[in-house]
Design a protein around this ligand. Sequence first.
Ligand code: NAP
Length: 279
Amino acid sequence: MTPTAHTRLALLLGDPVAHSRSPAIHNAAFRALGIDAVYLASRVAPDDLGDAVAGLRALGVLGANVTIPHKQAILPHLDALTPVAEAIGAVNTVVPQPDGTLLGTNTDAAGFFEPLRPHTRQLNGAEAVVFGAGGAARAVVYALLTEVRLARLTLVARAPAKATALADDFAQLDPRRLLAVLSNDDASAAVQGATLLVNATPLGMHGAYEAETPWPHAADFHAGQIAYDLVYTPAETRFLREAAARGATPLGGMAMLIGQAAEAFRLWTGRTMPEDLGF
Ligand code: NAP
């Protein structure tokens, strides 16, 4: 569809944005559903974020996504936050309201949990381990605390103090005190005992980290486990390869990427993103 004077604009704000798959996903969905809108990626330097958010308001955009490094920095520039964005402490989706104000929400948690939904029964009463304690780990922890009844949720991080701070932030959502923190050196038993293992670090990602894995002790993997890697390039990371070789069920990060996009798309357009867009 050639843009016209009626075409609505959706934007990604990040720095860098050149690697992003979001324009391809959203534009394919707009095309598939005949929605007269276009999604562009805009590189916004940290000092310009406030102006960029004011620009979203002034331009009357259809919606916006926010990515690294702005997911937390954008909070004070928005008019309101959903409870999920508030709990996670980060926004990845901006939803303009009918009165012109900007609502910040977070669709990463919903996108993360969508591929796990068929495994819900297996996860209830089970243990999970999350590698990493950054922004994505916060969305993962939120989803796991609110969507299933785990028996234990262990954060394994190279900087345990950061993971402990994350656990403290989620204390209200964790009345049964499921969250525990371990360093890499102490986590073998927790990894062996976990039904769900989640990589929320960049280890394994295409580029400098490709040969790496959050858990190099492959003998700890076994059948009955789900190995979920948030990294989506490459589709099969070392973590997924080694876990699958030991009988675990591998889940790559592309389904989460599509899931978070689909939820943002629904909030902006009221429409369901088509499932098979070829990603
Ligand atoms: P982040 O906020 O920078 O957090 C990264 C985490 O990984 C931190 O805990 C960091 O530890 C740890 N880490 C970084 N380098 C490490 C290393 N060399 N060894 C051990 N730990 C290391 O990043 P994020 O936003 O959470 O993203 C994490 C990953 O998830 C990225 O690969 C991102 O692409 C992916 N992701 C995927 C989706 C999706 O839709 N599939 C969505 C969001 C994110 P320190 O705090 O000690 O640095």
